[in-house]
Write a protein that binds this ligand. Structure first.
Ligand code: ZN
Length: 436
């Protein structure tokens, strides 16, 4: 029996706005590698799909890495002697360098400068800076704000009221059982505070993909991961070595809400089934395929030689190639409901290709079978066959038991989904059977 068809999540505009609303809800949370912001983010995602939150204690070893102390921000600011705050983490999460250790002092701008980060050529944007895995603190601010700081004769109150102590790293995992125990891994990172394309767009799209999958019984078993970047995926890998042999395909989804066409990044082999399916889907949508490189998001970990998992990556304009990247300009206006809806559709098409790439055999291969007498041909013929008929003719012609629907899609240039629908009709009309 074929699996239930992967379905759309409603009209695209409704779906797009739903994803944008989730991004708006999550935007103010102060996410990092660990801490309450990640937990609150995952709890919110868990209201939309059956997500399990896992807590991994600080100090836990994961291959070459160790789960860090948990980071909690209580307050952080730079203030004038009268208490007026020049920089305040409560005004924007990006003001505090991620993982800043506690610090408190009264100091002059001259001594503070090495702890301040700005973008002189983008004076109204706050840069995103982190200080993971080393003992430091700092603030990030608009260059224009820095220019209005008082002269060196004024002493400033500098307060970093953070807690760095043993706690847990939190990640979310959702397993949706399919007809087979073979798995498709979908992953996104959840460690960025108050930036929308990187990483809220990926969270929003995967939350909807998971919600859609949870409503059907897909062919593959789907496993969705919402993990802090790098350490989160490495920790998950270290705890799931029994799962890894079952992973047949995978996709990292992130950075899909901004401008630019879709970009698919291949696995380290570039020849995995997901590479073929994603290339077909993304290029048909005007997107681009790029070869693997060991830089980027968690596809780096899944594709490391010890695991060598067939995991590609779907984004739009990749990280570092748009000026808003890792700044406060990657905000809720930078991501669009329609680009996220388009990314959702592309994702669903890729999963459809992974789930339903069936090889068929034409049961009436001696000349074209008569479609009309089976109710498969439009009653009024025109000059050209319509696309539905063309899809049926392609499937009938190629289905000799050796070519799959993806082969037919690549050869014909027709969308995979159109060929799958055509095959379903032809089978219902008694013209196709699944090849062994
Ligand atoms: Zn990032």
């Amino acid at each position: 029996m074929r699996p239930a068809e992967i379905v759309d999540g409603g009209s695209d505009s409704e779906l797009g706005f739903r994803m944008h609303r989730l991004a708006c809800e999550l935007y103010p949370l102060n996410r990092s590698l660990t801490g309450p912001g990640v937990r609150a983010t995952l709890r919110s995602v868990a209201t939309r799909l059956p997500l399990t939150l896992h807590e991994v204690p600080s100090g836990t070893a994961a291959y070459d890495w160790t789960v860090p102390d948990e980071w909690v921000v209580r307050d952080a600011y730079i203030a004038l002697p009268d208490g007026h705050r020049l920089v305040d983490v409560k005004a924007h999460n990006l003001h505090l360098v991620g993982y800043s250790r506690p610090f408190r002092a009264r100091m002059r701008l001259h001594d503070l400068r090495s702890h301040l980060h700005t973008l002189p050529d983008r004076p109204d944007w706050i840069p995103y800076r982190t200080s993971y895995y080393n003992d430091a603190w700092g603030f990030a601010l608009r260059h224009r704000e820095l220019q209005s700081f008082p002269d060196d004769d004024v002493e400033l109150d500098v307060v970093v009221d953070t807690v760095l102590q043993p706690g847990c790293l939190t990640y979310g995992e959702c397993v949706i059982p399919g007809e087979t125990s073979d798995e498709v891994l979908l992953s996104t990172h959840v460690c960025h505070p108050s930036m929308a394309n990187d990483n809220l767009s990926g969270i929003a799209v995967l939350a909807e993909v998971g919600a859609m999958l949870a409503e059907i019984r897909p062919h593959h078993t789907y496993r969705l991961l919402f993990v802090p970047g790098t350490i989160g995926s490495i920790v998950w890998l270290s705890r799931n070595t029994d799962v890894l042999p079952r992973i047949r395909h995978g996709l990292v989804v992130t950075g899909v809400g901004g401008p630019g066409p879709l970009v698919y990044k291949q696995t380290r082999h570039g020849t995995r089934h997901v590479d073929r399916v994603a290339a077909h889907v993304v290029t048909a949508r005007g997107g681009e395929v790029r070869p693997f490189s060991p830089w980027g998001y968690d596809e780096r970990q899944f594709n490391s030689p010890g695991f060598d998992l067939p995991v590609g990556r779907l984004t739009r304009t990749p990280h570092g190639e748009y000026p808003e990247y890792h700044t406060s300009a990657d905000d809720l206006a930078f991501i669009r409901p329609e680009t996220m809806a388009d990314a959702f559709d592309a994702c669903v098409e890729i999963l459809d290709g992974l789930d339903n790439d069936t090889t068929w055999r034409n049961l009436s291969p001696w000349g074209e079978p008569q479609l009309g007498k089976r109710g498969l041909y439009p009653p009024v013929g025109g000059l050209h066959a319509d696309s539905e008929v063309m899809a049926m003719l392609w499937v009938l012609n190629q289905s000799d038991g050796t070519r799959s629907l993806l082969d037919v899609a690549e050869l014909s240039g027709l969308p995979f989904a159109a060929l799958r629908r055509a095959a379903a009709k032809l089978r219902a009309g008694g013209l196709l059977e699944e090849a062994p």
